[in-house]
Design a protein around this ligand. Structure first.
Ligand SMILES: Nc1ncnc2c1ncn2[C@@H]1O[C@H](COP(=O)(O)OP(=O)(O)OP(=O)(O)O)[C@@H](O)[C@H]1O
Ligand SMILES: [Mg+2]
Length: 302
């Protein structure tokens, strides 16, 4: 069922927390304002910090449908907006031929009607559902190329698309838009200008512990504290790829699966692959470095 939009920043944080999303004040503020002002929310940040999850949680807690557009290099209008169903059009033409229908005019009007339209995510989001606009997630926008970005700019300005054979389709109610980027390249200023922007950072220790308690409730308290302290220290290192929240959750789940209640050097070494995904990083941390971090962690948590 559709829920009303939150009326304050605190209410926004509460709404997210109900779906186990732990947001810092700045993020809750950006979300609140985006919803209140009807502006797209632009979330940029490292991998695994909860950018995509935000759209899922908003759809879930506000009782909206989630429409997801996954971006990639070469994404075009046929995959993002709409496409004609050529196969069905061909069949229709053959049937018309077989029945001896001669009017070309009538036939072409018929095969370019909505019946033969395949709706892709952007069009689905504009057409919406009865009553409530969906949440539109445009995920990893930095992976598309600039022509698509320019097109998207148009869509986000007017919340409408034009299909030459049919006409202009305009959203009755603009969707709630969440755009994410990993910043593999800069997104054009014109797109950003239309959005409320927020850089999603790694959580501090307190918030990360809160996330772990919600996402891995079976983990012993002491283990969770050690995991968080360890990961927070890793993030201060100069590694090729720092672990995100997703990795912290994965590591905890792995340790729980191994029935562990506390970290030890051997265990850390054997399970580092849940946390670090590059051999160079693993090689740097393994052995004496891991042991050093672990002794600091034990001193802190102990
Ligand atoms: N603040 C948070 N509160 C609760 N869970 C979180 C939070 N941040 C991240 N997570 C969890 O971490 C995992 C990864 O999050 P998500 O997929 O949204 O990351 P992302 O920022 O989109 O990463 P990528 O850039 O790799 O796509 C999810 O399982 C999500 O539940
Ligand atoms: Mg993501």
């Amino acid at each position: 069922m559709t829920q009303p939009l939150p009326g304050s920043i605190d209410e926004t944080a509460g709404l997210l927390a109900r779906a186990d999303y732990v947001a810092e004040r700045g993020l809750a503020t950006a979300v609140f304002l985006a919803l209140r002002m009807g502006r797209p929310l632009f979330l940029e940040g490292e991998a695994g910090v909860g950018k995509t999850e935000m759209a899922k949680v908003l759809a879930q807690t506000l009782g909206r449908r989630l429409v997801r557009l996954q971006c990639y290099e070469g994404l075009d209008i046929a995959s993002a907006v709409y496409e004609w169903n050529y196969t069905r059009q061909m069949i229709e033409i053959r049937l018309a031929e077989a029945e001896g229908i001669k009017s070309r005019e009538g036939l072409s009007q018929d095969i370019f009607s909505e019946r033969f339209l395949i709706r892709r995510p952007l069009l689905q989001a504009l057409e919406g559902d009865l009553g409530a606009a969906p949440v539109l997630l445009i995920d990893e926008l930095d992976r598309t190329d600039e022509p698509f970005e320019a097109y998207l700019l148009e869509v986000l300005s007017d919340f409408q698309v034009t299909i030459p054979e049919i006409g202009t389709i305009k959203a009755q109610q603009p969707p709630i838009v969440v755009i994410t980027s990993n910043r593999t390249r800069e997104i054009h200023d014109a797109v950003k200008r239309r959005c409320l922007y927020h850089w999603v950072d790694y959580p501090n220790a307190e918030r990360e512990l809160d996330i772990l308690k919600r996402k891995v409730p079976g983990a012993p308290e002491r283990l969770s504290r050690e995991v968080v302290a360890f990961v927070q220290r890793l993030r201060a290192m100069d590694l090729f790829k720092l672990p995100g929240v997703a990795e912290t959750i994965d590591w905890s789940k792995a340790l729980v699966s191994l029935d562990q209640v506390t970290l030890d050097p051997r265990l850390v070494e054997d399970t580092l692959g849940a946390l670090l995904k590059y051999q160079d990083d693993i090689a740097r941390v393994k052995g004496s470095e891991a042991a050093r971090i672990l002794s600091e962690v034990k001193a802190e948590v102990g």
